[in-house]
Design a protein around this ligand. Structure first.
Ligand code: ADQ
Length: 489
């Protein structure tokens, strides 16, 4: 089996408990389910057949590459928050230099048969830097976050360099079909990219496959997990609504709290009968855009608890820490509603974990934002607009009154999607498509609009050309069908 070299900004040590963070969890699942894979190595430590290596960052690099360009430019723009992006802070130079460091470290470790799989927005330029260093192996890139509409992407000053870097990959994998459409549009608008008949995109004389591969989970690890001894506390007859997120402005937490407050106002009969438990550990605290969210949430939960709470009932349990991973399944399973309402999310694995944890005979109901990538697959969840507070409050009521047979039907359909598209299938289909794309790789042999000189040279090489080339300004039209060309170009 060929070695798979997985490169990401953060990896999870499989020997330790998981941390909150989607990419690390997704990659850990791949390594658990796929034996013999290798990881990018700088300092090699071997464990269970996999090699894990890390490249430590300096304080300046962490500040400008990670907190700066990655999380103060790319993250907000890709989540449609141009207002939070810091374009003029000069982060791009360090973003490039860290990527160059990754490329240098990796270059020495790559073997001829390796397949290279690079993850997420921190490392967009890495593929092109490896190509420049002479790496010809298959290189694929997977973006875990959403692709914004083209007009939003174009606001990034370095958009052209980013487009160019992406074309170095054999395959770019995205979470949803909507992301694929956005990226193709971006290539058209930014660098006159063209769609070829085989569906690939041509730009900068290169051809690139762009496809969607929705990230999945390992459902068995949730469905079969045995209950913990100290199981998730039951709450005196009240039904739990659960939220599990990182504390991030993209997760729509203030709107979620407002919707819950509005629900209690609108449906007084549910007071004392429900609680909202929200886990939201802080991330990226030193990024300016994150400083207000915690205060905002504390103020909102304080207000709602003050307004509706009783001596023996607190409506919102806001927990400012990670949910313990070994108890996640019990927490999800003991919650009547999973409330997942990001304003924008690449996928949202938490919603899949919630569903996989349910009791098949008495499952809870997931409520999911239409702006989470998962909504493209989980159509049997209650899908809501996270900006519409009233609609979310109504969805809470609909979930609470939903009868058991409908809950079971929805659960079965949701589980069949989650089982079919699990993390193993995600990795297998990405890697198979990457290998196929790399096999077909050829730099565009002829320019998409052949020059007169090229056309004449071609003619000279064709001794018995049945039809002569009509030379002149419109020569390319008379040259017959070009390889790979189509009306879509
Ligand atoms: P995240 O933005 O981190 O991931 P998500 O998909 O929900 O979001 O993944 C979170 C993972 O971390 C899950 O396994 C979850 O259990 C865990 N997690 C999140 N919050 C937690 C908490 N409070 N306590 C404990 N565990 C927590 C990014 C993208 C997503 C995309 C993933 C994977 O932003 O859109 O789904 O990568 O591609």
């Amino acid at each position: 089996m060929r070695r798979i070299v997985v490169v990401s900004n953060r990896v999870m040590d499989l020997r330790k408990a998981a941390q909150a963070g989607g990419v690390a969890v997704a990659i850990a699942d791949v390594f658990r389910t796929r034996k013999g894979a290798g990881e990018a190595e700088v300092k090699m430590t071997r464990s269970a057949g996999n090699a894990l290596a890390t490249l430590p960052l300096t304080a300046e690099e962490h500040s400008d590459y990670y907190l700066g360009y990655s999380n103060s430019v790319l993250w907000p723009v890709f989540h449609n928050r141009l207002d939070l992006a810091r374009f003029d802070a000069g982060f791009y130079t360090r973003y490039m230099s860290v990527n160059e460091r990754f490329a240098r470290a990796l270059r020495t470790l790559i073997q001829p048969d390796d397949i290279i799989w690079i993850h997420d927005y921190h490392l967009i330029p890495l593929g092109s830097l490896l190509r420049r260093a002479g790496v010809t192996n298959p290189i694929g890139f997977f973006l875990h976050i959403p692709v914004p509409p083209s007009q939003t992407f174009l606001a990034i000053p370095e958009y052209r360099a980013l487009a160019c870097a992406l074309t170095a990959y054999d395959l770019v994998g995205l979470q949803t079909q909507a992301d694929v459409a956005n990226l193709i549009q971006f290539f058209e608008d930014s660098v006159a990219g063209r769609i070829l008949q085989d569906g690939r995109v041509a730009a900068f004389d290169r051809r690139l496959a762009i496809e969607s591969f929705p990230v999945g989970i390992d459902p068995d690890s949730f469905a079969r997990a045995s209950p913990q001894k100290a199981s998730a506390q039951s709450i005196d007859g009240a039904q739990r609504i659960i939220g599990v997120d990182r504390l991030d402005y993209s997760k729509g937490l203030p709107q979620k709290f407002q919707a819950f407050g509005h629900f209690l106002e609108k449906h007084a009969e549910y007071r004392r009968n429900v609680v909202l438990t929200q886990f939201a550990p802080p991330t990226r605290e030193s990024v300016e855009a994150y400083t207000d969210i915690r205060q905002q949430l504390e103020a909102l939960s304080g207000k709602i608890n003050g307004m509706f709470g009783e001596l023996d009932w607190v409506p919102i349990h806001y927990i400012y820490r990670s949910a313990p991973r070994d108890r996640l399944r019990d927490i999800y399973r003991s919650s009547r509603i999973g409330f997942f309402t990001p304003l924008r999310d690449g996928m949202n694995l938490v919603s899949k974990e919630y569903i996989a944890s349910q009791d098949p005979d008495d499952p809870g109901v997931p409520i999911l934002s239409r702006f989470a990538g998962a909504a493209e697959q989980l159509v049997d969840a209650l899908i809501v607009n996270p900006y519409n507070i009233d609609e979310m409050a109504d969805a809470l009521r609909a979930a609470l009154v939903m009868d058991r047979s409908e809950r079971i039907e929805r659960y079965n359909r949701l589980m069949s999607v989650i089982r079919t598209c699990d993390s193993a299938a995600w990795a297998a289909s990405f890697l198979a498509t990457l290998e196929a794309a790399a096999n077909e790789r050829s730099h565009v042999a002829e320019p998409l609009a052949p020059s007169i000189r090229a056309s004449m040279a071609k003619l000279a090489r064709t001794p018995l050309a049945p039809v002569g080339l009509k030379l002149g300004r419109s020569s390319s039209k008379g040259a017959g069908p070009r390889r790979g060309a189509s009306h879509h170009e």
